[in-house]
Design a protein around this ligand. Structure first.
Ligand code: FE2
Ligand code: FE2
Length: 313
């Protein structure tokens, strides 16, 4: 049974991927420890608890394993949670872990085509060559088409980076119509590449999480490095154009406290920052509403990141 279909009271016997696993002491420490888990499949995530024999069962499996569980769905703090009675580890060869990672509902092949058509609209010869080189790099492109745009907040599923990238490019296209002074090819290139560092910021083979490099460097710096590596193989890229593009990558988070090493200081950088914000905020709110499992309530739970309740209507 898929996580999206779980309802309180249901007894289940199903296989899920282990995202988090932690032994926690009971309030009364003489009772020992219980096991707090987060489980996932391609439709979502759910908390799970093992109250009895937790320490013994914890030995059987590790994070990123897939386990077959028997348990019951309950409700706790307005959220669904599984109480697990028994479990067994599913051997690696019996199951494909890719089936347990959330993936975009959109048609990835269509998104790839849209990405390539967008690239074809770039006429500036140096930027055109940059994309030629990029498309030739199969490793980068395979990861770009697969990567999520975030661990949790927005577009946090396989294909999410591609989806978010196209949204940002489309918003920028509209901004160019409103403000023809914007350097269109530079801005659209920045939009298409602004988050390319996410291909290394995250790991997304079994579970979506930050990579060590991602935590230590962040995707703005990783993206800057990827662009530097590609452009150094292109002869005579005008310095102004390269700096303009690198400024877009480095400043796209808009504020120093949001991880931008530098504030947006060109019209294109201000446009890109706002387009990025719009795509991520709208998707963030949409995901919170979609993941809300309480049909009785017109409002979502309080979301700490957004600092508000959202109205579902
Ligand atoms: Fe970003
Ligand atoms: Fe972004």
């Amino acid at each position: 049974m898929q996580i999206i279909d779980l309802k309180p009271g249901l007894e289940i016997n199903a296989a899920y991927l282990v995202v988090h696993k932690r032994l926690q002491p009971f309030k009364d420490p003489s009772k020992g420890r219980y096991l707090a888990l987060q489980l996932a499949d391609s439709t979502g995530k759910i908390e799970a608890r093992i109250w009895d024999k937790a320490e013994e069962l914890a030995e059987i499996f590790a994070i990123e394993d897939i386990i077959q569980i028997v348990g019951k769905v309950e409700e706790f703090n307005n959220q669904h949670q599984i109480v697990i009675m028994s479990l067994k580890l599913i051997p690696e060869h019996e199951i494909d872990p890719a089936n347990f990672i959330p993936i975009s509902h959109k048609d990835i092949d269509k998104l790839k085509e849209q990405f390539k058509s967008k690239i074809e609209t770039i006429k500036e010869p140096n930027l055109k060559e940059l994309f030629n080189q990029l498309l030739k790099n199969q490793d980068i492109m395979d990861n770009f088409y697969k990567a999520p745009a975030a661990k949790l907040v927005h577009h946090s599923y396989l294909g999410g980076l591609l989806e978010h990238t196209l949204e940002v490019a489309e918003i920028c296209e509209n901004l160019v119509n409103l403000y023809p002074e914007l350097q269109r090819d530079l801005l659209i290139t920045g939009a298409l590449l602004h988050d390319i560092g996410k291909i290394e910021e995250f790991k997304y083979k079994r579970v979506i999480d930050y990579s060590n490099q991602g935590r230590l460097l962040g995707h703005t710096v990783i993206g800057f490095r990827i662009i530097e590596n590609i452009t150094k193989n292109i002869a005579h890229v005008p310095a102004d154009l390269l700096v303009g593009l690198e400024h877009l990558i480095l400043s796209h988070h808009g504020e120093l406290e949001y991880g931008a090493p530098i504030l947006p200081q060109t019209l294109e950088a201000i446009a890109l920052n706002q387009a990025d914000l719009l795509s991520s905020k709208l998707k963030q709110a949409q995901q919170i509403i979609q993941n809300d499992t309480d049909p009785e309530n017109q409002w979502t739970n309080y979301d700490r990141l957004l600092g508000r309740f959202l109205f579902k209507g």
